[in-house]
Design a protein around this ligand. Structure first.
Ligand SMILES: C[S@@+](CC[C@H](N)C(=O)[O-])C[C@H]1O[C@@H](n2cnc3c(N)ncnc32)[C@H](O)[C@@H]1O
Length: 261
């Protein structure tokens, strides 16, 4: 059912999404040209993709605790690193966009909900090594595997937190001065997503950037995304189907862009 739902909205997205030609906002036009459609092959990309390839061949089995909205492909508790990487990690195209967003906005305090093997974490941490990247993962064995990956790439600006977002997020946010950049990539339930959003919003300012994954994964996620778009503090949103990017810039007129990517 979720597959049919996503397929319908994907078709709608393909038919309605525009590129820079349909965009009149100078902020969004510039962002599309310099960040979204940027083709530069940054040095970090090949390192992280080499790591992904290694993980895609790793048959080590981990005991997984599923705290999120569940996976479409497996409900079992033992999964290989290969399987987790294949189904949970953001594909290079989107993970590299996260890198470019961080590289462009240079956020000092980055927060990720959903580490998994740490592929997206590595991209964000490498994009600004002066930033502190806090990444939360509920499954201890997965978090340990991610820690090994951060060591392999010699990344020093990542702080891992292990626990259910519901339990640990309030404490993490207490210790975080600001939420300059947040990647929401776990527990794709409406109420949970809106709850994490509103908690992170308390530490956000006009310059903050929030990125939501899988906004059309299910009817619940679409409802959450619609509420986020309509939130009074949200001004510009950019939808690339698989992810949605949210801005709070007060000088911008409230506007929602559906962009081909
Ligand atoms: C889609 S994966 C993250 C992928 C990663 N951001 C990447 O692109 O490489 C989502 C992760 O969030 C974790 N997760 C889901 N719900 C959670 C919750 N309520 N608390 C803590 N972790 C959770 C899962 O264990 C899973 O590893």
């Amino acid at each position: 059912m979720k597959k049919v739902f996503s397929a319908f909205y994907y078709l709608r997205y393909r038919l309605t999404a525009t590129n820079t030609h349909g965009v009149h906002s100078p902020f969004v036009f510039d962002l599309l040209n310099t960040v979204v459609y940027n083709k530069v092959d940054y040095y970090a990309f090949s390192e992280i993709e080499a790591l992904r390839l290694q993980l895609l061949q790793n048959q080590t089995s981990l005991t997984c605790i599923d705290l999120g909205a569940g996976s479409r492909t497996s409900t079992g508790s033992a999964r290989s690193i290969m399987y987790i990487t294949r189904y949970a990690a953001k594909p290079a195209k989107y993970a590299q966009l996260l890198f470019r967003l961080v590289n462009h906005f240079q956020p000092g305090h980055i927060l990720e909900l959903g580490t998994s093997m740490g592929i997206s974490t590595c991209y964000m941490a490498k994009a600004n090594n002066q930033a502190t990247v806090i990444t939360i993962e509920g499954c201890p064995e997965i978090a340990q595997a991610a820690e090994q990956n951060f060591k392999k790439l010699d990344i020093k600006n990542i702080q891992q937190v292990i626990g259910n977002f519901d339990d640990v997020l309030p404490e993490v946010l207490k210790q975080t001065p600001k939420t300059d950049f947040v990647f929401f990539d776990g527990n794709h339930r409406k109420e949970a997503t809106l709850n994490y959003f509103s908690q992170c919003l308390n530490k956000a300012d006009e310059q903050s950037v929030f990125v939501f994954d899988d906004i059309y994964w299910s009817p619940q996620m679409k409802e959450a995304w619609d509420e986020i778009k309509n939130h009074p503090r949200v001004t510009v949103t950019i939808e690339l189907f698989f992810i949605g990017i949210v801005f709070f810039r007060k000088e911008q007129v409230k506007q929602h862009f559906v962009i081909r990517f």
